[in-house]
Design a protein around this ligand. Sequence first.
Ligand code: 5GP
Length: 116
Amino acid sequence: MSTIFSQIRDRKIPATFVYEDDAIFAIKDIMPQAKEHILIIPKKEIATMNDITDDDTLLLGKMMIAASKIAGDIGIAESGYRLVMNCNENAGQTVFQIHMHLLGGEILQSGFGGKQ
Ligand code: 5GP
């Protein structure tokens, strides 16, 4: 059973794409938590950050490079942005295909979220 992100990757579910290459795609988050909220997603399905291996080194680097490029493209590089990856329940991961959140376009709350 493929994840919702793989269904978006395969154009079975619509989304607003902002970037795509052979390894990665990026879409606007459906429930934005900031003025700009982009999800950077590997095309390869990896369930959580616990499942990455040395084989994924290049892929993970490509996610960071894509984030930097997208931030420039959407005009938030200089004002600033935050990159976040959630892993499993305590971090609130809801889609089990690793993805990086790119958040910006406004002043973000300080801190990284401790106890609720
Ligand atoms: P997580 O909580 O797993 O770190 O983040 C999953 C993100 O995916 C959430 O911010 C959620 O709003 C977003 N999301 C879930 N389903 C969809 C969808 O169908 N389309 C888009 N564009 N984003 C989605």
